[in-house]
Ligand binder design. Structure first.
Ligand SMILES: Nc1nc2c(c(=O)[nH]1)N[C@H]1C(S)=C(S)[C@@H](COP(=O)(O)OP(=O)(O)OC[C@H]3O[C@@H](n4cnc5c(N)ncnc54)[C@H](O)[C@@H]3O)O[C@H]1N2
Ligand code: MOO
Length: 394
């Protein structure tokens, strides 16, 4: 059985960067990777803006100014001010070309159509200059950046409707098992509600992969071969849940062999997710994720997420890892590396209760996975533990 480190190295070695790119609507770009440097098509701000509610001045020697008008946010007007004149102005409004400072209203006494400044105002006060945030033509973000909510705000503020990204992988999510029933149907004895496909689809959507084919297979070798065969033809990435262990009705391994999927590795010395399979056929990558729900998601975060990042040439592949002190003792007598559902709190990592591979209760609460290598047996409180931060951790 290979180690976690060997498995990560093999995923890295087999990941081939995808050259195809596409333009997608900015509204649909969350999680995708920029395929080219983002060059600002305009300056931000594109006109001189007031950063405060107050008065725009044409400065002169006295503290007294005569008020000649008003400019609201969105107004295109450009009143001409002589030295000693002022207009009422609001945050975000265009500062008249003839004004060289804005004074906040709290520091002004109003007297009819005159204002008296209580402070000395100087050139440039409370004015956002053209291009102060971003100058037209500069590189705002490099190729390889994964688009997040702030990126979407930036793209919109630059007036962009579409963005060039790495072409999304065509992904199929396959669930296997006679016991699985879709939510909405009634449960018979021995059946459970199917949940892994929604977990995998949600995790894929954080990587900008929304267009997913869902496949459900009964525990039957012929059906498994035929449905996986079709999925291999039509997708870049196959994520199969369950049926990869050693039971008499676990047919995924046999089917993949029959379908000539080249095995890169099978079984990793880890808990959860020991019977993880990774392979490739032509340009299609295949992960058979152990069916226990927490095993499936752990393997997604550690291996699938990394593969997607590498294929899309994400400049920061894999989840962020930091070393943090353990909140309490956590010995590892298991002889496998552990990925533990954990919570980063007060600069410490706290291992949560309910670590069984079959339960999601601790995963739902976790904002990190604590990684304890196989040979790290004593883990006293305060020892530094590699902590993998989850994407939507609180
Ligand atoms: N004799 C051995 N038995 C098992 C071993 C072993 O080494 N020797 N390994 C165990 C480990 S570790 C794991 S992990 C599981 C993985 O098994 P499979 O990948 O074959 O998964 P299944 O048996 O199909 O399912 C496991 C478990 O998860 C539930 N499940 C499956 N799919 C879903 C789904 N889509 N939604 C919700 N829950 C699902 C399933 O009902 C089972 O309870 O094998 C151990 N066995
Ligand atoms: O590897 Mo399994 O995921 O321990 O339950």
């Amino acid at each position: 059985m290979i180690s976690v480190e060997e498995a990560i190295a093999l995923v890295t070695q087999h990941a081939q960067a995808k050259s195809e790119t596409e333009f997608v609507s900015v509204d649909k770009s969350l999680g995708k990777t920029l395929a080219a440097d983002l060059i600002a098509p305009l300056s931000l701000p594109s006109f001189r803006q007031s950063s405060m509610d107050g008065y725009a001045l044409n400065l002169h020697d006295s503290n007294s100014y005569s008020l000649t008008g008003e400019v609201k946010a969105g107004d295109a007007s450009n009143p001409s001010l002589q030295p000693g004149e002022a207009v009422r102005i609001f945050t975000g409004a265009k500062v008249p070309d003839s004004s060289n400072a804005v004074v906040i209203q709290e520091r002004v006494t109003k007297d009819g159509d005159k204002i008296i400044l209580e402070i000395q105002s100087k050139i440039g006060d409370n004015i956002r200059q053209i291009g102060e945030q971003i100058a037209e033509g500069i590189t705002c973000l490099p190729k390889g950046h994964q688009i997040n909510a702030s990126t979407i705000g930036l793209l919109k503020s630059l007036g962009m409707a579409e963005v060039k990204v790495k072409k999304s992988l065509r992904a199929a999510v396959v669930v296997t098992g006679n016991e699985l029933v879709e939510v909405g149907q009634s449960l018979e004895e021995g059946q459970i509600y199917e949940s892994n496909s929604a977990v995998i689809a949600s995790a894929l959507s954080t990587k900008g992969i929304q267009d997913i084919t869902h496949i459900k297979i009964k525990d039957n070798l012929q059906d498994t071969i035929s449905q996986l065969g079709d999925a291999l033809e039509q997708n870049d990435l196959l994520l199969i849940s369950g049926g990869i262990s050693v039971g008499d009705y676990d047919f995924v391994g046999k089917a993949l062999q029959e379908l000539k999927v080249e095995q890169v590795f099978y079984k990793v010395l880890q808990k959860p997710g020991k019977p993880l399979f990774f392979g490739k056929r032509e340009n299609t990558y295949v992960f058979a994720l152990p069916g226990n729900p927490a095993s499936t998601l752990t393997c997604f975060y550690i291996y699938v997420n990394l593969l997607i990042d590498l294929i899309s040439e994400n400049s920061d592949p894999g989840l962020l890892r930091v070393k943090l002190p353990l909140a309490a003792d956590y010995p590892n007598p298991v002889g496998r590396a552990l990925f533990l559902k954990a919570k980063v709190k007060d600069s410490k990592v706290e291992i949560l209760d309910h670590q069984a591979s079959s339960t999601m209760i601790s995963f739902a609460e976790a904002n990190a996975l604590a990684y304890i290598p196989t040979d790290q047996k004593e883990n006293p409180a305060g020892s530094l533990i590699e902590t993998i931060l989850l994407p939507y951790g609180s």
